[in-house]
Design a protein around this ligand. Sequence first.
Ligand SMILES: *[C@@H]1O[C@H](CO)[C@@H](O)[C@H](O)[C@H]1NC(C)=O
Ligand SMILES: *[C@@H]1O[C@H](CO)[C@@H](O)[C@H](O)[C@H]1NC(C)=O
Ligand SMILES: *[C@@H]1O[C@H](CO)[C@@H](O)[C@H](O)[C@H]1NC(C)=O
Ligand SMILES: *[C@@H]1O[C@H](CO)[C@@H](O)[C@H](O)[C@H]1NC(C)=O
Length: 404
Amino acid sequence: MFMNFRRIHKCQCVQLLTTGLVLCVVMVCWEQLDHHVVSHMRSYTYRYLVNSYDFINTSFAINPLHLQHGDANSEFAMGRVTNYPYLINHPNKCMRSSDIHGGDRKGKDDVLLLLFVKSSPENFERRQAIRDTWGNESYIRLKLGESVRVVFALGVHPDAQQRPSVQSKLLEEDQANGDLIQQDFVDTFHNLTQKLILQFHWGHLYCAHAHFFMTADDDIFVHVPNLVKYLRDLLATQAGARDLWVGHVHRGAPPNRRKDSKYYVSSELYPWPAYPDYTAGAGYVVSGDVAAKIYQATLFLNSSMYIDDVFMGICANTAGVSPQEHVYFSGEGKAPYHPCIYNHMITSHGHAKDVRSVWRAATDPGLHSLSSGFTSELYCTAVRVMLLCRPYYQNTYPCMAAFT
Ligand SMILES: *[C@@H]1O[C@H](CO)[C@@H](O)[C@H](O)[C@H]1NC(C)=O
Ligand SMILES: *[C@@H]1O[C@H](CO)[C@@H](O)[C@H](O)[C@H]1NC(C)=O
Ligand SMILES: *[C@@H]1O[C@H](CO)[C@@H](O)[C@H](O)[C@H]1NC(C)=O
Ligand SMILES: *[C@@H]1O[C@H](CO)[C@@H](O)[C@H](O)[C@H]1NC(C)=O
């Protein structure tokens, strides 16, 4: 009896202590926890409002009176926002290459994908690595039988002292490769929206016949063979090539109100507690018709929202386009290095240094034999479950991706 009583007593003591400890932890963390939970609940509630109603449309539109008349003046009012002159340009990039060199008749090539890489003037090495690997147009034509155009979107170097020397290096680089598109705005984080506008305007002017448009950061890896296959399959189904905006989707993301953050947005600039849904700016694809709609939206929207992927969300919201999730477009994270991942991956983030080795590994012809057959499918699913279904958040591909 006595022993039993003591044991119970001890157990209760432990229980009491644990409860106390947990309570302490909760109390210490409560403010943060509370803030996090509440802000997410709020933004999720607002998400439905933001995505369903048109108050974004009305409050971001510039000069609605002008637009309603559709007169020549409105053209002028719209143009002011976006017309930085081109410093380097290639208007014929989407034409058939045989026609540019010597032919007297110019034809539009059947371009599957126009791929814009957002780069910065000083990132010479990253651009070269991309040309040597996933951005190699001739590889795509020869090995995959598709016409893809890869161009780099740039502004001018932010430091006025270094600008002339960087600029002459850029001209040299462009002489050799013919793939830089540069406009006369300062290339800074807060001008990324200008870079987005550049892309959609250039696409509209010079490559409107491309079936798909992609935007990518210059530090990501794109598994172009998988991407081309995915897009080709979409084209084969009539409906799939329309109304498409696909990537890693952020749903109901709240604006960052911390003044010390890079992503800080004031409530004057964006008053609501949630952004419209948008895809991570590191890499996403839109179909040609959506690209045309986004272009139209940039003409009447105020471009002061400097976070470019959010601005894209605003444009899409006013155009009535919503993003679709694809499990193999990564978030901020780097994909696990494994053949069973290479078979499916589309984009992976944070490859400024190792693009070449990942490209070699991911496009190794030996991979195909590994992935065919029932047993190897089973093996790969098991491997992917181990790599992707972790108890902590990795921000690469979701656990669900293991089963596709
Ligand atoms: C765009 O929005 C900003 C911030 O809300 C505002 O200061 C600016 O006047 C607007 N510009 C136009 C052209 O409407
Ligand atoms: C691009 O790919 C082609 C065909 O595979 C290859 O011959 C060429 O060397 C590659 N170019 C670069 C810059 O790596
Ligand atoms: C964006 O570029 C324009 C044109 O060069 C420049 O006047 C402006 O200061 C830049 N904005 C930011 C935030 O860097
Ligand atoms: C947004 O506004 C534009 C022009 O005012 C209009 O053409 C468009 O239909 C609106 N979009 C939505 C989703 O209401």
